[in-house]
Ligand binder design. Structure first.
Ligand SMILES: [Zn+2]
Length: 269
């Protein structure tokens, strides 16, 4: 008990006098509280502090707080058990929480950051097998987004043709709504295999071959900034968006092509 009183005195210099008042009871005060003279507010403060100072009792503290009137009865025994840790540990607990958090950030974030920073390596690894054999788990995230801001408008797959209204059309790419003349970026490094007018609706179109059966195409462009045979890096600006060809408004029609067949780009982004 002398230890408790000592701590109580030390904490008396704390600026948090309200907590102190309700919190460093002597044995006599505890007994008095047991006879239900403690205010519910003071008891609640004590229980919350107890919970914060002692992680193991946090749930207990909250559960007790939730019981309302039962507080005055339950509090003294809880306080009696954990007074020492309540008085001595708050600063230590705060410090150790911070330390643990920064350790966690270093240990677990760095591999994620490393792979996010190296999608080229990831794609190269993925394309060790032919693109047609790549699993969805392996392809996801290996291509970079072709626009800075993505506003998906029409997904890959079956849809009603927006121009003719005909059902059963297979939409061969992912559409992104974007203002005309917005920068369009290469989804990965590769070689430009097409840069010009696409006769089948793509309008101004760029196709980039990324190797081993994988290509991407960028359609309805207002202008093209690359030539056939040119090597590009991931993220290079290759064109400006537009609404040329079979298009109802400014947008980018982005395709992922495997062995001349289009697949859902979202499986690769
Ligand atoms: Zn489209």
């Amino acid at each position: 008990m002398s230890e408790v009183k000592q701590h109580g005195r030390r904490r008396a210099i704390s600026p948090s006098t309200f907590v102190e008042e309700s919190f460093a009871p002597t044995r006599r005060e505890v007994l008095a509280a047991e006879r239900s003279t403690a205010t519910p507010h003071g008891s609640l403060g004590a229980l919350i502090r107890t919970g914060l100072a002692n992680g193991a009792s946090q749930k207990v503290g909250i559960a007790l707080a939730a019981t309302g009137l039962a507080l005055a009865v339950t509090m003294p025994s809880a306080t009696g058990v954990s007074l020492a840790s309540v008085d001595t540990t708050p600063a230590t607990v705060a410090e150790s929480v911070v330390t643990a958090a920064s350790d966690v950030a270093i240990n677990f974030d760095s591999p994620v950051v490393a792979s996010a920073l190296n999608p080229d390596g990831q794609l190269k690894e993925t394309l060790k097998v032919k693109a047609s054999n790549v699993t969805p788990q392996a392809s996801k995230g290996t291509l970079s987004t072709p626009l800075k801001v993505l506003t998906p408008s029409s997904p890959f797959g079956g849809r009603i043709n927006p121009l003719t209204g005909a059902p059963g059309e297979v939409h061969t790419g992912q559409d992104y709504a974007v203002q005309c003349s917005t920068d369009v970026f290469a989804a990965a490094g590769g070689t430009v295999t097409f840069a010009g007018w696409h006769q089948f609706g793509g309008g101004n179109r760029v196709v980039i071959d990324h190797g081993n059966g994988l290509s991407t195409s960028y359609n309805h462009l207002s202008s093209i900034g690359v030539k056939v045979g040119q090597k590009v890096e991931r993220g290079d600006k290759v064109a400006l968006s537009g609404t040329t060809g079979a298009s109802t408004g400014c947008h980018l029609h982005f395709e992922v092509i495997i062995d001349d067949e289009t697949v859902d780009p979202l499986g690769w982004l």
